[in-house]
Design a protein around this ligand. Structure first.
Ligand SMILES: [Zn+2]
Length: 185
């Protein structure tokens, strides 16, 4: 990628860049590299702020022909790793920030926090980005058998309901999780 200009004179920092013409790009359908250019166009990408100022990247990219005759795609748009994602108007860095704020603060609070960071997004946009975040994988494990406990001397405590047999512990990966109520592990 070649950066051709940086304009920091306005409220938004504008970076103009383009991909190199002779570098082959991988087809998004089959992965085969191609240098057969169909056309060029400019993508507008919002990036994370610099010094509290929003950044817009105007990136000139190529649309190329796929040279694999068995591939279903005739043309494809090249992607720049770490900077562009298909159908995404934010850089991965900004997208991760929006998703993280959405997970912690949800729609209204997330939009307010992002506005403090000078990232203007509506409540519904933050919510829609939150809905894109995949759930962590579930792990299901059986509880180990209960170990006998010594009862302190004195009157017996009042009897409570018997624990349910066949208890399962369900937790999200990366969380501490806990047993359901009848289980005391
Ligand atoms: Zn292809």
């Amino acid at each position: 990628m070649v950066v051709t200009s940086v304009d920091a004179s306005g409220p938004v920092v504008v970076v103009q860049a383009r991909t190199r013409s002779r570098n082959p790009a991988s087809c998004t359908g089959c992965g085969m590299a191609s240098e057969w250019v169909h056309s060029r166009y400019v993508r507008q990408l919002a990036d994370a702020t610099v010094g509290g100022r929003p950044v817009r990247i105007e990136l000139g990219v190529r649309r190329l022909y796929c040279e694999n005759p068995t591939c279903a795609k005739v043309t494809f748009a090249e992607q720049v790793p770490g900077l562009t994602v298909r159908y995404q108007r934010r850089t991965p860095l900004l997208q991760q920030l929006v998703e993280a704020v959405g997970v912690v603060l949800a729609g209204r609070g997330g939009a307010r926090m992002l506005s403090i960071l000078n990232i203007a997004l509506s409540r519904s946009t933050v919510l829609s980005q939150l809905m894109r975040v995949p759930f962590p994988p579930l792990t299901v494990t059986a509880c180990p058998p209960r170990s006998p406990r010594l009862r302190p001397p004195g009157p017996s405590p009042p009897k409570q309901g018997k624990p349910m047999p066949g208890r399962l512990r369900v937790r999200l990966a990366g969380t501490r999780g806990g047993c359901s109520k009848p289980c005391t592990h």
